[in-house]
Ligand binder design. Structure first.
Ligand SMILES: C[S@@+](CC[C@H](N)C(=O)[O-])C[C@H]1O[C@@H](n2cnc3c(N)ncnc32)[C@H](O)[C@@H]1O
Length: 221
């Protein structure tokens, strides 16, 4: 689970944001519409794309904890967020003004392969993650579901997959790899884990039937 360059993440950012399902995102926005401030944990944040895609849909004051295991990507996130904001200042915690929103962004190097428990230990109102849950195992997802259920935290997770694939150079194992990838189906696995925890789960595809996102919040028993 390594080797993502900031430049490659730049290339996918616009397509990822455009592909996000607006109804699902709106349901996240509605859940926090009466809040003045919100604390958000972004797991595997890369160069900060998820914050840039979500901030305008969340309350006026936001505190973000951006977590990734790659220090170079966290440095890129800091630089790109400073460039994206109207005003940016600060040291360890970056203070950003963007339109009417005021954001604080904290950056943390953490390896999530052993679980997200440490990243979720602090203050949090919303957990989010983009283009990450397809990199983890079913066991990791089950444990993750347990952890956020224990904290009663809502999750907004986004996965982008167009369904198109081309392998260069071709290899005899290509078809088997693709079949295994489809079997993995992170959105389905996540849904299974959260259903077991009796959470309400929404999975919505984006136009044109691409880039499914998953959101989950606790169901009433
Ligand atoms: C496809 S990128 C998505 C980045 C970002 N969320 C976005 O949407 O642009 C996957 C991210 O997962 C991070 N990652 C992979 N394995 C990780 C791990 N074990 N712990 C923490 N981050 C990890 C990578 O460094 C990378 O930033």
């Amino acid at each position: 689970m390594s080797g993502f360059s900031a430049e490659w993440l730049d290339l996918r950012e616009g397509a990822d944001h455009a592909a996000r399902n607006p109804a699902l995102r709106e349901s996240v926005a509605r859940a926090f519409a009466d809040r003045e401030s919100l604390t958000i944990v972004d797991l595997a944040c890369g160069a900060g794309s998820n914050l840039r895609g979500l901030a305008e849909h969340l309350p006026a004051r936001q505190k973000w904890l951006l977590v990734d295991h790659d220090p170079a990507l966290l440095a890129a996130a800091r630089a790109r967020l400073a460039a994206w904001a109207d005003v940016a200042e600060g040291g360890d915690i970056l203070c950003l003004a963007k339109g009417a929103r005021r954001l604080e962004a904290e950056f943390r190097v953490a390896d999530l392969s052993c679980g997200a428990g440490a990243a979720l230990a602090g203050e949090a109102d919303l957990v989010t993650s983009a283009a990450f849950l397809d990199l983890v195992s079913p066991q990791w997802l089950d444990r993750f579901a347990e952890q956020i259920a224990a904290r009663r935290l809502p999750l907004y997770a986004i996965l982008s997959y167009s369904g198109e694939e081309r392998w260069t150079p071709p290899h005899a194992a290509d078809a088997r790899m693709l079949a295994a990838f489809h079997r993995h189906r992170a959105a389905g696995l996540a849904r299974r884990g959260f259903w077991r925890k009796r959470w309400s789960v929404g999975v919505m595809r984006s136009r044109p039937r691409r880039a499914p996102g998953v959101s989950a919040r606790r169901r009433r028993r």
